[in-house]
Design a protein around this ligand. Structure first.
Ligand SMILES: NC(=O)c1ccc[n+]([C@@H]2O[C@H](COP(=O)([O-])OP(=O)(O)OC[C@H]3O[C@@H](n4cnc5c(N)ncnc54)[C@H](O)[C@@H]3O)[C@@H](O)[C@H]2O)c1
Length: 430
């Protein structure tokens, strides 16, 4: 199983003595510290400055670019120093200037950015990639070759082979590589994971994952839009639905339970008549250790909104979390009344409490969860660069290995779905 957040690590992050007594009357978190103790900025503490970040992708009209930029800056651990915001060099430069990137640091291509930034004393140290999927691999590879740490959106690549290549390169370069499976950044998802890890559900028997969206419920691909890349397998990867949302649900299940599926069987197709790309899959999962699972995914359920949900049942009870109500986690113990855990509420594990910023009752959500991954990656990068403090082992952000497991999942879903829903081995030893 994965490590939780031991008191020694919490103490180190807070800059406290592990033996120090909390203030009288303070409400304590799971590590025994006062709930409103805030850790200092570990990047500034270790490096004396913020990390210099370059971004590729995420232009003004993109879905996710601004989310990455907000997440990177939320905790003051990165300075946004350089950008490539479009495949068109002139548009890229204009868009970079419009968001305040300094003149001369808005580039037209990854090669140009890495070359020119490499010549500067204050060149970028981290590259964040949020382009269409097929451009993730070359950008990440080039960044690793230049010694940068990397943050990349999902799916990691468009093939398992490329993903495995990035695993090898990241290990060889000894760099931090974070994949922004952002749903694993929510505090109540961290709570679910900590409860499973602590054995509060007993052995896991059933994992139910749903990702049911409605934004592709009509034939939007027939309209002119530069967002149509998702419908092109060359740019999107072998499955529209699995690359776009299925990997998120798969990773959420693995993150919470600590279990990986070893076999799967998929029904893959399109709900919208005449659509060539698949917008729907139902997947049966067999996990190591005998647990069973189901993952239902579609972007084409008319009337659905975001629709991400996980339910996990073990021998001692069940958990349920929905991303549309992310500040709540339902725990239903066997033969006892159900309980609702709330963000910053009583009974949370330290791992959940450390992922929050505002007091109880103030809703937190998508941007904050995304920021947790950026901030944890920053902490690991600062630890690596300074040679001090907690590194990757106690920071649960998803890595290049998790990205590769996601691509294994995608390829297995496609192989099964196109092969008469045959059972396919999908384990991946890394
Ligand atoms: N983690 C999440 O929740 C989440 C959500 C949405 C999208 N994504 C992922 O983020 C990535 C981008 O998705 P999106 O929905 O923002 O796409 P989008 O089509 O809305 O935007 C893509 C952006 O990339 C830019 N771009 C294209 N080619 C480029 C190049 N060669 N160099 C620099 N920029 C280039 C485009 O100009 C555009 O601004 C995809 O990999 C997608 O899977 C993740």
């Amino acid at each position: 199983m994965y490590p939780d957040y031991p008191r020694a690590v919490a103490a180190e992050r807070l800059g406290r003595d592990a033996e120090e007594a909390p203030p009288a009357g303070a409400r304590l978190d799971g590590a025994g510290f006062a709930m409103n103790d805030k850790p200092p900025n570990p990047v500034i503490a270790k490096l004396g400055r913020r990390l210099r970040l370059g971004v590729v992708g995420g232009g003004p009209q993109s879905v996710i670019g601004e989310v990455h930029r907000i997440a990177a800056r939320m905790d003051g651990r990165y300075e946004l120093a350089a950008s490539i915001l479009s495949s068109d060099p002139d548009r890229s430069r204009a868009a970079g200037a419009a968001i305040g990137i300094a003149a001369g640091r808005t580039y037209g291509s990854v090669d140009e950015m890495l070359e020119r930034e490499g010549e500067r004393e204050d060149g970028i140290e981290v590259l964040a990639v949020m382009t269409p999927n097929n451009l993730h691999y070359p950008a990440c590879r080039a960044a690793l070759e230049r010694g940068l740490d990397v943050i990349c959106d999902k799916p990691l690549t468009t093939s398992l082979a490329d993903a495995l290549d990035l695993v090898v390169r990241t290990r060889r370069a000894e760099r931090v590589f974070c994949v922004t499976y952002n749903y694993s950044g929510y505090p109540l998802v961290r709570q679910a994971r900590a409860m499973v890890s602590a054995g509060e559900l007993g052995a896991i028997r059933l994992v139910q994952l749903e990702y049911i969206q409605g934004h592709l419920a009509t034939a939007v691909e027939r309209m002119q839009s530069d967002r149509r890349w998702r419908f092109d397998p060359q740019q999107s990867g072998p499955s529209l639905v699995a690359c776009d949302i299925g990997v998120h649900a798969y990773q959420l299940g693995a993150f919470v339970t600590g279990l990986e599926p070893v076999k799967l069987c998929a029904d893959l197709g399109a709900l919208v008549p005449g659509r060539e790309a698949d917008d729907y899959a139902s997947v049966l999962l067999h996990y190591a250790g005998g647990a069973r699972g189901v993952l239902l995914m579609t972007q084409a359920a008319a009337g659905a909104e975001h629709g991400l949900r996980i339910r996990v049942h073990g021998e001692k009870g069940g958990l349920e979390w929905r991303q549309e109500q992310p500040n709540y986690l339902r725990f239903s113990p066997l033969d006892k009344p159900a309980q609702i855990f709330t963000r910053r509420g009583p009974g949370l594990h330290a791992a959940a409490e450390r992922g929050t910023r505002s007091g109880i009752g103030h809703p937190e959500g998508y941007h904050e969860a995304f920021a947790n991954l950026y901030s944890e990656a920053a902490e690991a990068i600062a630890a690596r660069r300074s040679g001090q403090g907690a590194g990757r082992d106690t920071l649960p952000f998803p890595t290049v290995e998790d990205g590769a497991r996601g691509m294994r999942f995608v390829e297995a879903v496609v192989a099964s779905g196109r092969g008469g829903s045959a059972w396919i081995d999908c384990g991946l030893e890394l």
